[in-house]
Design a protein. Structure first.
Length: 269
């Protein structure tokens, strides 16, 4: 594979760092982003540049920085994201808007910034890192599911709108992986007088345990590399434990209320 130029958002840790590190070992030229690259003076895995995806002008500046140094940009990986939990009723509006600004509007800003260059080059690849949670409404993770689900649907639309330009767009949806996402996740306050106190508290404990016991982020990195090597990537690539991937098959074939019952039983609701 020739030395394609890659830009990964959220590259300083977790899945983003795993992807960047793995692609670098395969000979690709990788630029990762962090809100403040200066906070990582010892970061040597690949090049790290500043980008706050929620900044209206940050994505364009980051893309221009890569183009100035490399003259091209072949692959965009929209990986930066934030977790959020809480009852739909009790989650503060500011937190809701923040998660959509990072998980949905951030990738949209990056996509808009790279498409003109990819058209000029006659092609390119955009990989949106969504989530298996984006395929279903999960109790107390509704806003996270909605933000990732929106990005997944956008991916489907973009594939059709950009096909004639030679630009390939796909969606890689991880399940639970052992990263620091739980530590950075926004949790709506667990209120003592809340009618959701007991079930929400139980769900929080369960969610954090799933992340702590999650898979190796390098599994996602390997899937990304496989997709990069494909001449014609598929629309969706779920990555995770068997039961997490199998849950998507169940959702497709089971009646809605039966699938809902499975989720209710899983969350003990």
């Amino acid at each position: 594979m020739d030395s394609k130029v890659v830009l990964i958002t959220g590259g300083s840790s977790g899945i983003g760092k795993a992807i960047g590190t793995f692609l670098t070992t395969k000979g690709l030229i990788v630029y990762g982003t962090a809100r403040s690259a200066a906070k990582y003076p010892d970061f040597k895995a690949f090049k790290l540049i500043d980008l706050a995806v929620r900044d209206a002008h940050g994505p364009t500046a980051a893309v221009h920085q890569v183009l100035k140094k490399e003259g091209r940009l072949d692959i965009l990986i929209n990986n930066a994201g934030v977790g959020i939990t809480g009852p739909i009723e009790e989650t503060p509006q500011e937190a809701i808007e923040n998660v959509f600004n990072i998980n949905f509007y951030g990738p949209v800003r990056l996509i808009k910034a790279v498409l003109p260059q990819m058209r000029k080059q006659g092609g390119g690849l955009i990989i949106n890192i969504t989530s298996i949670a984006g395929y279903m409404g999960l109790p107390y993770r509704g806003y996270y599911s909605a933000s990732k689900g929106a990005l997944g649907l956008l991916t489907e639309t973009l594939r059709m709108e950009t096909k004639s330009f030679g630009i390939k767009i796909t969606n890689i949806a991880p399940g639970d992986f052992a990263t620091n996402i739980a530590a950075g996740r926004y949790h709506a306050p667990l209120k003592e007088d809340s009618p959701y106190k007991t079930p929400y508290g139980s769900a929080l404990t369960s969610m954090d345990a799933h992340v702590d016991s999650g898979g190796n982020p390098e599994d996602v990195a390997r899937k990304v590399y496989q997709v990069i090597r494909k001449a014609n990537p598929s629309v969706h690539y779920p990555v995770g434990a068997f039961l997490q991937r199998f849950s998507l098959s169940l959702k497709r074939i089971l009646p809605d209320k039966i699938y809902e019952r499975l989720l209710l039983n899983h969350y003990k609701l």
